[in-house]
Design a protein around this ligand. Structure first.
Ligand code: COA
Length: 174
């Protein structure tokens, strides 16, 4: 928990795209946290950042010693108008800083931002064996609302999806 004292959570700017890219590509190439096989590039991360912020959605980074060590964001859950009060989150950290409270700090700020934007529900879609993410979400007030067996595949195996959600009107967990 000592490292948490030196971590700053702030809005991302274009200069953070390279740090975001490195963390994103590690998740793509080494994990089943993101269900893509294709590494991204800087232009694509800059475009993603511009798209999210252009829609008024937050992209947060965790910075320590001047380095981006994690990021979190949310966007539309589904594109149709009836879903406009619901967002879906994403959160990724450099493996070197796992389990130091940084994920929880990012999530708590993300939840506050969702509340500020008058969003009603935040959804998380999590690969079923990703216990770290499931427990992180439980720790900030999410609950499991569904499991979809074998809806994904990566690294030659089927992946199950766990949906979790949290109503943002409820008091932010501390
Ligand atoms: C999931 C992730 C963001 C968690 O971030 P983190 O900074 O390591 O988590 P924190 O230290 O804030 O932990 C908060 C709580 O989550 C739970 N948790 C986190 N990591 C855990 C682990 N490896 N095993 C069990 N519980 C874990 C614990 O309840 C923890 O509280 P505690 O430390 O008081 O017990 C991080 O592991 C990560 O980036 N993983 C790879 C990318 C990923 O899976 N993203 C989510 C995609 S859905």
């Amino acid at each position: 928990m000592g490292a948490l004292m030196q971590v700053k959570i702030r809005d991302a700017c274009p200069a953070d795209a390279a740090g975001i890219l490195a963390i994103h590509n590690h998740a793509v190439l080494e994990t089943t946290a993101v269900w893509s096989d294709a590494a991204s590039d800087l232009a694509s991360r800059l475009a993603w950042l511009a798209d999210r912020t252009g829609r008024g959605y937050p992209v947060l980074v965790a910075e320590t010693a001047g380095e981006v060590v994690g990021y979190a964001s949310f966007g539309d859950f589904r594109p149709w108008a009836g879903y406009r009060h619901t967002v879906e989150n994403s959160i990724y950290l450099d493996p070197a800083v796992h389990r130091q409270g940084i994920g929880r700090a990012l999530m708590e700020t993300l939840i506050e931002r969702g509340f500020s934007l008058n969003k009603h529900v935040m959804v998380a879609g999590i690969e079923a064996t990703n216990i770290a993410s499931i427990r992180l979400h439980l720790s900030v007030g999410f609950r499991e609302v569904g499991r979809m067996p074998q809806v994904g595949c990566k690294f030659g195996r089927w992946l199950d999806l766990v949906f979790m959600q949290r109503t943002l009107m409820e008091e932010v967990a501390r």
